[in-house]
Design a protein around this ligand. Structure first.
Ligand code: HEM
Length: 442
């Protein structure tokens, strides 16, 4: 009888040096590391920060399903979200999380999307009305205006306008307003940051005050009306934290995925032609706003959307902190370790996805169905009990947006404006923009 191989200690997990160039190379780089080193390695960002990367379907299954109790969202996400945005649904754990998620779930079922679709259609129509007149647009900027208006309207009942625009600007400033040593002193940056945070809190507190006085039957209404087992309502602090996370998660990722979907279709004419055939078949000649039944029937568009989310997942890796010792792929990972399950790396594994760097939506269609053949290989929305709360919301919104835009405009990638998805530790985005020339379709 051969002896079981001993589990190797944490220190023997391969340690890989990091260079900034990898931002643009990340999915390819992580997939290559997983192929050569195996599904566990550490990245050496700095001596203080060397998180463990877990890559591939088995790793995703471990974190999202079999051993999910060992992987804390709080220990993973809270250091990333920071003190600014508080303790919302994304960075809660255990029973507290389950309680809050139960309150929110009913507002995110597929059946509930029927309520949001008219608002989505309205915002999409208004926000794209002047595209042809402008000649060239940055899809990544335009889709943010749309997804933020939709999130603010659907989740908090605020109508598009200067107030919602200001809220969006504040979130962007807080998320992307990096310290710039050429213009900032440490004090000036801190002052700017603190003042944006104060303004944001003020706006959300006012919104909560209004909703407490006159509860609505949307998500914010559900949150202000909810009571815990002692009959107590949520505090303002808790409600602000939920709204922060919901408004960020509810638009940032959909912005990136919808912009990439449109850009990838603009640059893959054969696939675009098939999407157009399907739109003509399902929507006919009618100019009417798209319905839920039609959204469901748009399978070719759905596969293209899946493929955009495979190639450029907006959440490139999701953070966790271990709450107990874990063993995986022959290595010991002790309690208290910072871990990332790599969504982008998993999506680029050649062992799962044929020719992974190619935009090939048919990989999701029968008979190939590469995502279904290997469960947990395709995880743009995470998985298991902590799967993205807004997965239905995002898919309906992005399909409605693409259907509307593709029927009315022809898009062509702007020459001299290269498209590039940059990944840092967690999020990926086309930070330099996705620029297209726009013309009205006859
Ligand atoms: C294309 C768009 C989207 C993508 C790619 C995306 C991706 C993800 C991923 C990967 C997770 C899991 C993170 C983890 O495992 O740690 C997640 C969680 C979450 N997402 Fe999304 N998301 C999208 C849209 C949305 C929308 C539209 C909403 C809200 C309206 C939303 C709300 C949330 C929330 C609240 C969570 C935390 C759920 C929990 O921990 O219980 N997301 N999302």
């Amino acid at each position: 009888m051969s002896a079981q191989p001993a589990t190797r200690p944490f220190e023997e997990i391969p340690l890989v040096p990091y260079r900034d160039e990898y931002a643009a190379e990340r999915p390819r780089w992580i997939a290559r590391l997983a192929t050569t080193l195996g599904p566990v390695f550490r990245i050496d960002y700095s001596p203080e920060f060397r998180p463990v990367y877990l890559v591939g379907p088995e790793a995703n299954r471990l974190v999202l399903y079999t051993d999910r109790d060992a992987f804390s969202h709080d220990l993973g996400w809270s250091p990333i979200i920071g003190a600014d945005f508080g303790h919302g649904i994304l960075n809660m754990d255990g029973e507290q999380h389950a309680h809050h998620r139960r309150i929110m779930n009913p507002a995110f079922t597929m059946a509930y999307m029927t309520r949001y679709l008219p608002l989505m259609n309205e915002v999409i129509r208004e926000r794209t009305a002047n595209w042809a007149g402008r000649g060239q647009v940055n899809l990544w900027e335009e889709t943010r205006r749309i997804t933020f208006d939709v999130a603010a309207g659907a989740l908090t009942g605020q109508a598009s306008g200067p107030g919602v625009d200001r809220l969006r600007e504040l979130f962007v400033a807080l998320m992307y307003g990096y310290y710039d040593p050429d213009v900032d002193t440490e004090e000036s940056w801190l002052e700017r940051h603190e003042s944006a945070l104060r303004e944001l809190r003020g706006m959300l507190t006012e919104l909560i005050r209004e909703r407490r006085a006159r509860p609505t039957d949307d998500l914010i209404g559900r949150l202000v009306s909810a009571r815990d087992e002692r009959g107590e309502p949520m505090s303002d602090e808790q409600l602000i934290a939920h709204l922060n996370i919901l408004l960020i998660a509810g638009h940032e990722t959909s912005t990136t995925m919808s912009a990439w979907l449109l850009y990838l279709l603009a640059t893959h004419p054969e696939c675009l032609a098939r999407v157009h055939d399907e739109l003509d078949r399902v929507l006919g000649d009618s100019d009417a706003a798209v319905t839920m039944d039609q959204i469901r029937a748009l399978k070719v568009l759905g596969n293209a959307l899946n493929e955009a989310g495979r190639l450029y997942p907006p959440v490139g890796a999701a953070p966790r902190g271990t709450t107990r010792d874990v063993e995986f792929a022959g290595y010991h990972i002790p309690a208290g370790t910072q871990v990332r399950y790599s969504i982008a790396g998993s999506h680029w594994l050649p062992s799962v996805f044929q020719d992974p760097e190619r935009f090939d939506p048919d990989r999701f269609a029968p008979p190939r169905e590469e995502d279904r053949k290997t469960p947990y290989a395709y995880v743009p929305f995470g998985g298991g009990a902590r799967i993205c709360l807004g997965v239905n919301f995002a898919q309906v919104e992005i399909k409605a947006l693409a259907a509307y835009v593709l029927r009315r405009y022809s898009l062509e990638a702007a020459p001299d404006r290269p498209a590039e998805q940059l990944y840092w530790d967690i999020l990926g985005s086309p930070e330099r923009g996705l620029w297209v020339d726009v013309q009205a379709r006859s």
